[in-house]
Design a binder for this molecule. Structure first.
Ligand code: ADP
Ligand code: MG
Length: 241
């Protein structure tokens, strides 16, 4: 359903992406991992239109979307959250989620018909906070709200950039359960970036591993963790022999 191949992106002399690949099907949770600076956020930014790729192809449901602007890509069905929070702080939690929903209802009424803002708020544990100003909520709660807001656009693909950052173990576990539940309920494909490998292994059917702008391995978690290239990146060269 989503297929990004041969993606290249340089910032001046820095080659942030040089041959990156990412795929995600409907109803699938895919992990995107790699050390700091590997290019994970840049790849998500390119797929969602916040950055233009220098080269490469991004196909969503058979249509080439590389280089389109972020709003058009969002309207085409790819939603995301950011590594750093972006919430409307003055608006209530419900208003934050509704802003996204109303645009979707205008542009993709058939998809929007499947979205119920109250169900989303409940699913993310936000029902009782619906009328609270988003900016006054704890960091972790704002992260939940960002995901609920992304889901309010009835996306075919949801991309989460480090959703577990700043969450404690209990919250991370609950986040994993919620991500799995929304994947099952909505059939969306979900791409998750995270450094918590236990978290990634517990929810992902497939993992894409990046290092220095390249995709170095892809597969089911068990196979990926046996791959010498992955061991070298995560444990060090001597362990990979
Ligand atoms: P990750 O998310 O895997 O930690 P990033 O995609 O943020 O990695 O960064 C990949 C590389 O691109 C890093 O070397 C980073 O410093 C560089 N980079 C990312 N964004 C920019 C930017 N806007 N300008 C210049 N360099 C950037
Ligand atoms: Mg990042």
């Amino acid at each position: 359903m989503l297929s990004a191949t041969g993606i290249e992106k340089a910032f001046g002399g820095v080659r942030a992406l040089s041959g990156a690949t990412l795929e995600c099907s409907a109803g699938e949770i895919v992990g995107l991992i790699g050390p700091n600076g590997a290019g994970k956020s840049t790849l998500v930014n390119v797929v969602t239109g916040f950055l233009k790729p220098d080269m490469g192809s991004i196909v969503l449901d058979g249509r080439e979307i590389a280089g389109r602007d972020p709003q058009r890509i969002s309207d085409a069905g790819i939603a995301r959250t950011f590594q750093n929070l972006r919430v409307f702080r003055e608006l209530t939690v419900r208003q934050n989620v509704e802003v996204a929903f109303l645009r979707c209802r205008q542009l993709r009424p058939q998809k929007a018909a499947k979205v119920d803002v109250d169900v989303l708020l409940a699913e993310f544990g936000l029902a009782e906070l619906a009328d609270t100003a988003a900016g006054s909520l704890p960091y972790g709660t704002q992260r939940w709200m960002e995901i609920a807001r992304a889901m309010a656009t009835a996306p075919d693909i949801l991309m989460l950039d480090e959703p577990a950052a700043g969450l404690n173990d209990e919250e991370t576990k609950r986040l994993g359960q919620t991500i799995s539940a929304i994947c099952e309920r909505t059939g969306a494909g979900i791409v998750v970036i995270d450094h918590d490998l236990r978290f990634i292994n517990s929810i992902c059917a497939r993992i894409f591993v990046m290092d220095q702008g390249r995709s170095i391995a892809v597969g089911e978690p068990e196979a990926v963790w046996k791959d010498p290239k992955v061991i070298e990146v995560y444990v060090g060269p001597e362990a990979a022999v």
